[in-house]
Design a protein around this ligand. Structure first.
Ligand SMILES: Cc1ncc(C[n+]2csc(CCOP(=O)(O)OP(=O)(O)O)c2C)c(N)n1
Ligand SMILES: [Mg+2]
Length: 420
């Protein structure tokens, strides 16, 4: 974990090597926190009025999803993922409150506000592009931090209790301590908190579903319509369980996930750092690792252009990935980000930089894919979805569907004319 540079002399392959190859041995990192640290952490969490859990991919790496779910239920605490890319709770868990956000510290701040004890596990805080490093938490919030990365614990925020530990062992140990020390009254309070957290998370999900309903009524092509139809087609073909997604859908990721998810650990992958271009090659890797699965790459039109040549690899090596490029003609996420930036500074809305549009020339992913020998269709209208979905579900080989989706950004001022 970390940058590596290997420099080989240019004649390295000319010489005979007599060294025996030695398999790499990875030491176990299953380190449990000591009892006293667990006692102190449990005491803080038991005394919490409104606890919160922040988790990251360290949870998935250590296989701690069940342990995290059990602890969150005992505490009655909602769980946020901190820019994570793996399912860190079991499939569809009701205490999963979503991600804190990728860009702005202000977003994370609003999610942790009002929580007096925060348990951080399997991540560092906070990995946004513009983190709020001075006052992310309330002034008197107490932090408990368990992770294998010693360097990150207590680096940006003072922590009350912490240990370099395997997330699974830490969470199981904490759960055990809570069970030992819960009073009847404390347990009842935690139960009430859990019911409240479940209800408010469900209300937020219902809100998102109401937003989708507009798209589902539309005549055009939209992600909620497409993902819902794809889920139904997979179900009808008896392949719903075979679905694995590499998600680089960015601004359409929420709608895709709401209709194709929820995902169990191993069924959904993203790139952790936010670097674009991993969608299609990432799906190639997953498909090679899991040849019996239907591996889908959902990727924005911008992201797809970074590594579109991965289609050549798919054809050359007969790797039957299913790509869905989501064409909105631009870098929509950047437009949303700059809008938020202006709003936070009370700046008036302005035209987006011309560079955010990538529709001149318009990218024709169907033609691009076909030029690599990949079967492809473009969907611009609802009535074109069925054929595209049929191709995605039943074709035996790499395929691509280019899904045209609305490009509008609410409240946007039209772009400067391109002038070309
Ligand atoms: C390698 C790399 N370059 C640039 C960026 C900055 N960036 C973040 S989102 C984004 C736009 C992505 O556009 P698209 O894939 O079309 O998705 P959309 O925002 O339209 O949903 C860009 C350029 C990045 N994350 N990674
Ligand atoms: Mg786009």
């Amino acid at each position: 974990m970390g940058p590596v540079f290997v420099n080989l002399p240019m004649d390295i392959l000319d010489a005979e090597c007599e060294e025996e190859p030695t398999p790499t041995r990875v030491p176990s990192t299953r380190v449990a926190p000591d009892e006293e640290t667990l006692e102190r952490a449990a005491a803080l969490l038991l005394g919490a009025r409104n606890p919160l859990i922040l988790c990251g991919d360290g949870v998935a790496v250590s296989g701690a999803q069940e342990a995290l779910a059990s602890l969150a239920e005992k505490l009655g605490a909602p769980v946020y993922g901190v820019n994570s890319s793996e399912p860190n709770l079991p499939k569809g868990h009701g205490l999963w409150a979503g991600l804190t956000g990728h860009m702005f510290g202000k977003d994370s701040r609003s999610r942790v506000a009002g929580h007096d004890v925060v348990l951080i596990c399997g991540t560092y805080v906070f990995p946004e592009v513009f983190p709020n490093v001075l006052e992310a938490f309330d002034r008197d919030t107490k932090l408990v931090h368990f992770d294998l990365d010693a360097y990150e614990i207590g680096k940006n925020f003072p922590v009350e209790v912490s240990a370099v530990a395997d997330p699974k062992l830490a969470l199981l140990g904490l759960g055990r301590k809570l069970d030992e020390r819960f009073t009847t009254e404390g347990r009842a309070r935690a139960d009430r908190r859990r019911e409240q957290a479940l209800a408010s998370i469900e209300a937020a999900r219902a809100d998102a579903r109401r937003g989708d309903a507009v798209a589902l009524d539309a005549k055009g092509s939209t992600m909620p319509q497409f993902a819902r139809a794809l889920a139904k087609a997979l179900e009808a073909a008896g392949r719903r369980d075979a679905l694995v997604v590499f998600d680089e859908a960015l601004t359409e990721s929420g709608a895709m996930t709401r209709h194709l998810g929820p995902f169990a650990p191993g069924e959904m992958h993203q790139t952790r750092g936010g670097s674009l271009g991993v969608g299609i090659p990432g799906a190639l890797g997953v498909q090679l690792a899991q040849p019996d699965k239907l591996v889908f790459a959902f990727t924005g039109d911008g992201g797809a252009m970074y590594t579109i040549q991965a289609l050549w690899t798919a054809v050359h090596h007969r790797i039957p990935i299913r790509c869905v490029t989501i064409s909105n003609g631009g870098y929509k996420l950047l437009a949303l980000n700059i809008q938020q930036y202006w709003a936070e500074r009370n700046m008036p809305p302005a035209a987006f930089p011309r560079e955010f549009a990538i529709d001149h020339p318009r990218l024709d992913f169907k033609a691009i894919a076909e030029s690599y020998g990949v079967r492809a269709l473009r969907v611009e209208r609802q009535d074109q979805m069925a054929a595209a979905i049929e191709l995605l579900v039943s074709h035996d080989g790499p395929v691509l569907v280019d899904l045209a989706v609305p490009s509008e950004v609410p409240g946007a001022v039209p772009c400067h004319p391109c002038g070309q």
